[in-house]
Design a protein around this ligand. Structure first.
Ligand SMILES: Nc1ccn([C@@H]2O[C@H](COP(=O)(O)OP(=O)(O)OP(=O)(O)O)[C@@H](O)[C@H]2O)c(=O)n1
Ligand SMILES: C[C@](O)(CO)[C@H](O)COP(=O)(O)O
Length: 248
């Protein structure tokens, strides 16, 4: 079968193996409650809400893999969505790679979505999938910045840092997930980076290093990442508003 006539199956990989150090002491971040339900369950449902996604691969903290499997069995998804659970690695990049390695051969498009972004709306997920299916090999949702950004010479914590410059804000975007990829393009980036030993803080950053053009589509304010304690307060408020206004 030629590449053109092959059915386009879309899977989502959810890296969820981080500890959540910046959120403070407690269970691994993805397992902490948001509105009484683990953050990971919200993130998995957010992917399954897209009719394009028929498989979700959850990359769990290695010590909690069985617990995560049990948790997902307790929170079933629509019949059309399968869920796999695999153990993660020491870095986000290694965890994403573990998720990619678990994908079956018929997957052509992959979304990489942080468990730490539990409230991404389905329209944002769908717009990323659509852009990949329209031919973009790498797509990221992103928002313009509200703050001015300074480049600094990093110093010791608490010490003043000299400013090196002020990038033009109109050209900057704050990048979210899910990031969408033609699977072969992302696998090639992972293989290239394994050889060069470089790292990247997001998946699109890895693809950029292989010379492939990444495009941006509009992100959403509610796709923010739960990183620090105040983010959890905001997430609870957003979820409570949704539950009060629609059948969420
Ligand atoms: N070894 C790792 C590290 C991170 N992640 C995942 O990558 C996503 C984004 O990372 P971040 O928000 O930085 O999560 P943590 O690494 O858990 O946060 P922290 O740096 O505060 O510990 C999260 O869903 C996290 O679970 C992962 O799967 N494997
Ligand atoms: C992938 C990401 O969420 C895009 O903004 C971000 O780069 C993750 O960074 P973190 O340092 O792992 O929180």
């Amino acid at each position: 079968m030629s590449d053109e006539s092959r059915p386009q199956r879309t899977a989502a990989v959810i890296p969820a193996a981080g500890r959540g150090v910046r959120l403070g002491p407690g269970a691994p971040k993805a397992l902490r409650a948001l509105g009484g339900t683990p953050m990971l369950v919200h993130a998995v449902r957010a992917m399954a809400r897209s009719r394009a996604v028929s498989l979700v691969v959850v990359v769990a903290p290695p010590a909690e893999t069985a617990e995560v499997r049990h948790l997902l069995d307790e929170h079933p998804l629509p019949d059309r969505t399968d869920v796999l659970v695999v153990p993660g690695g020491d870095t986000r990049q290694a965890s994403v790679r573990a998720g990619l390695d678990a994908l079956p051969a018929d997957v052509t498009t992959v979304l990489i979505h942080d468990a730490a972004r539990p409230l991404v709306p389905v329209d944002t997920v769908d717009s990323v999938v659509e852009a990949v299916r329209d031919g973009a090999p790498a797509v990221v949702p992103a928002l313009p910045l509200a703050d001015t950004v300074k480049e600094v010479e990093p110093g010791r914590p608490g010490e003043p840092e000299p400013v090196l410059g002020t990038p033009e804000r109109a050209r900057l975007r704050a990048v979210q997930t899910p990031q969408g990829f033609d699977l072969k393009t992302l696998l090639h980036a992972h293989e290239t980076i394994a050889v060069t030993g470089e790292g990247a803080t997001d998946d699109a950053g890895m693809v950029e290093r292989t010379g492939v053009t990444v495009v941006v589509v509009p992100g959403h304010e509610e796709a923010f990442k739960v990183t620090r304690p105040l983010d959890l307060v905001l997430a609870e408020a957003v979820l409570a508003r949704r539950r009060a206004t629609d059948a969420y």
